[in-house]
Design a protein around this ligand. Structure first.
Ligand SMILES: [Zn+2]
Length: 217
């Protein structure tokens, strides 16, 4: 089983990928991680990656596909979760070829769908106790007494600077720009499975399981 997992920041993609790895022995191939590891490894391909990244340039499709090919050869028969790749139709075609050469294919493109306004509400409402770190939310999990931490009684709270509306909307726009080129490619092949990314972690997990187990059409 080889899948692509798509989802904007805040949709729980990392959580679901971690669960699939633990529960199903799948391997996540994150392009960002792969490039960092290759760069640190000092292998011939890693030295190329280092040179390109040090020059502030984008690593070419040829290098990325070579790295993914190496990884695929090392996975045996374990399923793969592709993360951060492909980003373009050309890369999607390259991935089909890489898998095909190994007698494998892409089974599903799971798209965690979110409601952007709701996502903004969820993320911008988060805050935590500055002393003990207990997490709260303006709307969903307020402190029992306004301005006082339930756990330790502290009255100091912090909010992460990234948890603001502008940052969330910018990340959503970046996500759309990254996925827009490949979704039509996979829709044409009937591989895209939308999953409600706003549901609870357990419900999202169950929906993904149903896709992977073939119990939904
Ligand atoms: Zn506290």
């Amino acid at each position: 089983m080889n899948i692509i997992l798509l989802g904007p920041p805040g949709a729980g993609k990392g959580t679901q990928a971690a669960r699939l790895q633990a529960a199903r022995g799948m391997i996540q191939m994150s392009t960002g991680d792969m490039l960092r590891e290759a760069r640190a490894s000092g292998s011939p391909i890693g030295l190329k990656v280092k040179a390109v990244m040090d020059a502030g340039e984008l690593v070419s499709d040829a290098i990325v596909t070579a790295l993914i090919g190496e990884r695929l050869d090392a996975t045996g028969d374990r399923g793969v979760i592709f993360d951060g790749f492909p980003r373009t139709k050309h890369q999607a075609e390259a991935l089909d070829m890489l898998l095909g050469e190994r007698g494998r294919s892409l089974d599903h493109v799971i798209e965690l769908e979110v409601d952007e306004d709701e996502l903004v509400r969820r993320i911008t409402g988060r805050f935590s106790c500055a002393r003990c770190g207990s997490g709260y939310h303006d709307a969903f999990r307020p402190t029992k007494v306004a301005g006082v931490c339930d756990a330790c009684g502290s009255t100091e709270f912090t909010r992460r600077p990234d948890d603001n509306e502008q940052t969330v909307r910018t990340r959503m726009a970046e996500y759309r720009a990254k996925t827009a080129p490949i979704l039509p490619y996979y829709r044409e092949r009937g591989l895209v499975r939308p999953v409600d990314g706003m549901a609870s972690i357990e419900v999202v997990a169950a929906e993904i399981d149903a896709v992977l187990d073939g119990t939904v059409v």
